[in-house]
Every structure is written in C-alpha cells, then in structure tokens.
Design a protein around this ligand. Structure first.
Ligand SMILES: [Zn+2]
Length: 159
C-alpha cells in the first residue's frame, strides 16, 4: 500500500519535472533558427522607412524656380477638332498657338486673348485685371534663362 502511494507520487513528480523542464530549458536550437525570422521584419521595416524618407525628401526638397525660355506651342484640340482656349495663358485662335504667360502680343503684333481662371471670361492679355470678377492675373516669372547671342559689341578678344 505505502509502496503504491510512493510510486504514484514519484510518477506525478516526474510529470511535473517534465513540464517544468519544457518551460525552463526550451529547445534552444529551434529558437535560434527563429531569430532571423524575428529580425527580418525589423530590417524590412527599417529599409522601408529610410527609403520612404529619401523618397519624401526627393519630392519635397526645395528647387530653384528656373524657367527655360519657351516659345509658343500649339493649342489643344477637343474631340471635334476645335481648339480649346487655355485657362490663364495668352493665346491666339488665329495662329492656333498658346504663348508663355506674360506675353501680350504675338510675333506679328496681334493682341493675344486670355481666359480668366476664375470666371472664364475672355479678355485681352494686355489687361492684367479681369473686368468681370476683378481677379488680377499675377504673372510670376521665375528665373528666365536665356543664352546670349554672341559677345557684346567690342567685347570679342583681339586676335
Ligand atoms: Zn474673372
């Protein structure tokens, strides 16, 4: 009888020890294999964040306002082939050209028209203020880069 109880107690104790052993000394080799799996998401997250910051910087970094002197370009046409008046840019329906902002006359002296961006009323491009809504079309010219045609008069080196 006493031997039976002892045997049962010993069995129970062995069972407890087994459970404790699983908690206290886990299977280290399996855990070591899991370490790269735990680090990989962190590395990935870091790469995404740093890459995202550089992308954000590339988008938001300050840039100098440089405008290359551009000539007139052709008016856009709608589905029916009729020219569409650009909003806020000087244009001429006769020549079918859109001119850079700030231009008042075409090369052959024709007065250009401009459509008000606010009320869409057409007026002459020379008039800076809209007669209908009073919006002043402020021409913000950035840096305009133009190449000199040649040396200034008398500025060429003497041979
Ligand atoms: Zn207007």
């Amino acid at each position: 009888m006493t031997g039976d109880i002892w045997a049962t107690l010993q069995q129970a104790w062995t069972g407890i020890l087994d459970i404790v052993a699983k908690i206290v000394s886990p299977d280290w080799s399996a855990l070591v294999l899991l370490i790269p799996l735990a680090i990989a998401p962190l590395v990935f997250l870091y790469l995404v964040m740093s890459g995202g910051r550089w992308t954000l910087f590339g988008i938001t970094k300050p840039r100098p306002r440089v405008r290359w002197e551009d000539g007139p370009r052709a008016l856009e046409l709608d589905a029916g082939g009729a020219p569409v008046a650009p909003i806020g840019l000087p244009f001429s329906l006769r020549t079918g050209l859109v001119y850079p902002s700030g231009t008042a006359r075409s090369e052959d002296g024709e007065d250009l028209a401009v459509v008000c961006p606010m009320c869409r009323v057409e007026r002459r491009a020379q008039v800076p203020t809209c007669g209908s809504c009073g919006l002043v079309l402020k021409v913000r010219q950035g840096m305009t880069v133009a190449r000199p045609a040649g040396p200034p008069p008398g500025g060429a080196a003497i041979a």
